[in-house]
Design a protein around this ligand. Structure first.
Ligand SMILES: [Zn+2]
Length: 447
């Protein structure tokens, strides 16, 4: 999950302070009290959906349901799942007729199936997101005003003059932005210099970028760069990545799992427990399967509790997770329940001969319409074939847009060949979903 706060997001200090105060207490509350609060938010969300969202008004009527029929998490089964496909097809009907009251803004993300997904976030969910991050980071000792570093490409990509810059410091946020698109063995010295100069206490990024930074610093024996804690989010963190990052920076990695749709959030405490933030959203499991040790495997289904401009009830997130057979108590003492494992869907990147892994292969496809599926196939370093299954609205202009983004994100070093294929030629993962990236590199070439 990646989050960008704009200045106007800080314009709600009252809402933030109020929710923050509550979140501070609620993480220690008795589980019954927490559930009661969650029920209260669920009922509010269901009322908003029924009285203001045409899609839900119709759905409830068709199912002969009234808002009072969904009073508890245990009542949610009465509603069908909301798939990403349904969100794409019903964008207009999912928008609340009173959305303006909540100061909505449109977010556009892209998954493995090419077509971007559009939805609304709003003021209440901005406040929530801010408070959620604040609480999670405070588990590692973060206080507002503490300096932190973030490896994220969007700022640098969106400011053409900054494209080749290694860093940018934002004094109002005490944030040191580092540019992962120029992170290489060759320029690691520049990253080390700026980290030594600014001495941020915390570091946040995608696991793949954290690992690259850690490995390159280690190779050059630059072991003086340390943090109080490192936060990873946005894709699955592997054990290997965790160990590399923890040993390089002399601190714990606190991983988190969530999504831009803001309907659920899970994050790790210093004891390693993956806590489900009950006050943030509702997390259910669909298609569950009991594994031999009693562990339950299932697909994440989430219900938003704060997004009033476009609430999602039982949204199919499509990630796999595991639950403990019985609820455990975390040694940290927090009463927020624990998730055992997050499988998610690992997002790999294109490998380059200078040792980089460029992970934002999904970005160019956020800017074109009419792509049913796409898939990168990498057989050589610095080179990849992009397979595209055209949809109805595909236009010849798309190729120009894609090439523009390839150049912008990958530079001249990586070359792409676009190939139009039929759906049958797209390779699928074990669960039958298209793989975003297929690597067929000779193992000796992988660095
Ligand atoms: Zn804990």
């Amino acid at each position: 999950m990646s989050i960008e706060f704009r200045i106007r997001d800080f314009a709600y200090p009252k809402g933030i302070v109020r929710l923050r105060r509550f979140f501070e207490k609620s993480q220690w509350m008795h589980p019954d009290e927490l559930r009661e609060y969650q029920r209260h938010l669920l009922r509010r969300t269901v009322r908003q959906a029924y009285f203001h969202v045409p899609y839900y008004a119709q759905l409830f009527d068709a199912l002969r349901l009234k808002p009072q029929d969904i009073r508890d998490v245990d009542d949610l089964w009465k509603l069908p799942l909301l798939s990403k496909e349904m969100v794409r097809a019903n964008y207009g009907a999912l928008r609340a007729d009173n959305a303006k009251r909540f100061r909505p803004s449109v977010v556009c993300t892209s998954g493995t199936t090419g077509e971007p997904l559009r939805f609304l976030v709003d003021k209440p969910s901005n406040v929530l997101e801010f408070v959620y991050y604040w609480r999670h980071w405070s588990w590692a000792g973060y206080r507002p005003g503490d300096r932190f570093a973030q490896l994220r490409y969007d700022f640098f990509v969106n400011h053409p003059r900054m494209r080749d810059r290694v860093w940018h410091f934002q004094p109002h946020l005490q944030r040191l932005l580092l540019n992962p698109s120029v992170l290489s063995r060759h320029r690691i010295g520049e990253f080390a210099r700026v980290l030594r100069a600014y001495r941020p206490k915390f570091l946040h990024s995608l696991p793949a970028h954290l690992r690259m930074l850690a490995e390159f610093l280690k190779e050059k024996h630059m072991d003086d760069i340390q943090f109080r804690a490192v936060f990873s989010s946005g894709e699955k963190l592997t054990q290997d990545e965790r160990e590399t990052v923890e040993s390089a920076f002399g601190c714990k990695v606190l991983d988190s799992y969530g999504h831009m749709e803001r309907s659920m959030a899970v994050s790790q405490c210093l004891n390693g427990g993956y806590h489900i933030h009950l006050e943030y959203g509702i997390l259910e499991l669909a298609d569950t399967k009991q594994l031999e040790d009693g562990v339950v495997l299932g697909r994440v289904v989430s219900t938003s509790l704060h997004r009033m401009a476009m609430p999602f009830l039982r949204y199919d997130v499509e990630d796999l997770v595991e639950l403990f057979p019985e609820q455990k108590r975390c040694p940290c003492g927090r009463t927020l329940p624990l998730l055992k494992t997050i499988h998610g869907r690992k997002r790999e990147g294109i490998l380059t001969s200078d040792g980089r892994e460029i992970a934002w292969v999904f970005v160019p496809f956020q800017y074109v319409r009419g792509v049913r599926f796409y898939q990168y196939v990498q057989e050589e370093l610095d080179r990849a074939t992009v397979r595209i299954v055209k949809g109805q609205n595909y236009t010849p202009d798309n190729e120009r847009i894609l090439r523009f983004w390839f150049r912008r994100l990958f530079g001249d070093r990586v070359s792409f060949r676009i190939e139009y294929v039929s759906e049958k030629e797209i390779e699928l993962d074990g669960t039958g979903k298209p793989l975003m990236l297929v690597r067929r590199l000779n193992p000796a070439l992988r660095i």
